[in-house]
Design a protein around this ligand. Structure first.
Ligand code: ADE
Length: 237
């Protein structure tokens, strides 16, 4: 995967690439990571990227010209990108959208600021994505959230297929509870079935717990879940 950021805060992204999943992906040549300073595409000596809105009102609006020039320059050098504008007005990120993004070969993130961007920018992007119904001071963190959620789904990076199929949000269920050592922590012990060695019973326990948790914590997900015959049988036990 190739990823570009067109931003007024390049250092933010330079910092993020030095840790965790991004670093692993870059080191293993699964991710090519490029940061572009939006100010390089401005035309005045102050390198202005925003201005007051036509029609008046509070706040500033990001200029269309540096953004479009930046996009054209990046695409001119690196080829066509799937262009993502981050904004609280966008399509809300979920695991399915993360999966779609994980299948793109080239991504260009454009984090927005201030009161938003000149509407004419919309003609140059492929998708507007929000990471939730709240307003951030800027789209940098949102861009990194989206990339993280997508990158961890890229095959061969983190997971084998089996662990992905059991994790939270797969098939609209939350993942079952997990335990590791010690067996007894201040009187709270690990469920005995997990130490029984009986794989059939362990699988049943986990499936039941997964359904129970989803019901308690995220009943909205169950409405979208396709119950198998086995799950229905388990629930009746
Ligand atoms: N920029 C500001 N708020 C945002 C949000 N919720 N999601 C994505 N980008 C944003």
């Amino acid at each position: 995967m190739e990823v570009h950021f067109l931003t007024i805060f390049p250092d933010f992204f330079e910092c993020a690439k030095a840790f965790g999943l991004f670093k692993v992906a870059i080191d293993r040549s699964i991710l090519s990571y490029y940061v572009h300073n939006l100010r390089d595409f401005t035309k005045d000596k102050h390198k202005t990227t925003d201005d007051t809105p036509y029609g008046g009102g509070a706040g500033m609006v990001m200029l269309v010209e540096p953004i479009v020039k930046g996009i054209e320059s990046i695409e001119g050098t690196y080829g066509k990108q799937f262009k993502i504008l981050t904004s609280p007005q966008g399509i809300k990120l979920d695991e399915n959208l993360a999966k779609e993004i994980s299948q793109k070969e080239k991504l260009l993130f454009i984090p927005t600021h201030y009161e938003g961007v000149d509407e004419r920018v919309m003609d140059y992007i492929d998708i507007e994505i929000s990471i939730g119904d709240y307003v951030l001071s800027g789209g940098e963190i949102a861009s990194l959230v989206i990339l993280d959620a997508a990158l961890r789904l890229v095959e061969g990076l983190l997971h084998n297929k089996e662990s992905l199929s059991e994790e939270t949000f797969e098939n609209n269920l939350l993942e079952y509870p997990q335990y590791t050592r010690p067996y007894d922590f201040r009187g709270e012990t690990v469920p005995d079935v997990l130490r029984s060695g009986n794989h059939r019973e362990i699988e049943k326990f986990r499936k039941k717990e997964s359904l129970r948790r989803t019901l308690l914590k995220r009943p909205d997900l169950l409405l979208k879940h396709n119950f198998t015959d086995e799950e229905i049988k388990l629930l009746k036990e």
